[in-house]
Design a protein. Structure first.
Length: 96
């Protein structure tokens, strides 16, 4: 892989490399945009949004997803849990 050419040394007039372009200070303050974005997200969620209820629903969905596995699926699931790819969720068997 080719190495980039370092900028020239202005103190050495014999340096054949072109001079480095000057750096320009560039800064953008997005604080007001972030506050506006967060306010719009909360407005879109509405006053009835309950984050605890949402998290509990997600947990129940994951438990259902990993329940009732057949033998091959259970073996793969156990391998993924052992490899720390997935967390252990319940017994891996469907509730009656």
């Amino acid at each position: 892989m080719a190495q980039p050419t370092p900028p020239s040394d202005p103190s050495n007039p014999a340096d054949p490399r072109p001079p480095a372009p000057g750096l320009i200070d560039f800064a953008v303050d997005l604080t007001s945009q972030e506050v506006l974005r967060r306010a719009q997200v909360m407005a879109a969620l509405g006053p009835d949004w309950d984050p605890i209820e949402v998290l509990q629903g997600e947990e129940a969905a994951y438990d259902l997803l990993y329940s009732g596995l057949d033998e091959q699926q259970q073996r793969l699931y156990d391998d993924l849990v052992a490899a720390h790819v997935l967390p252990r969720r319940g017994s891996g068997h469907a509730a009656p």
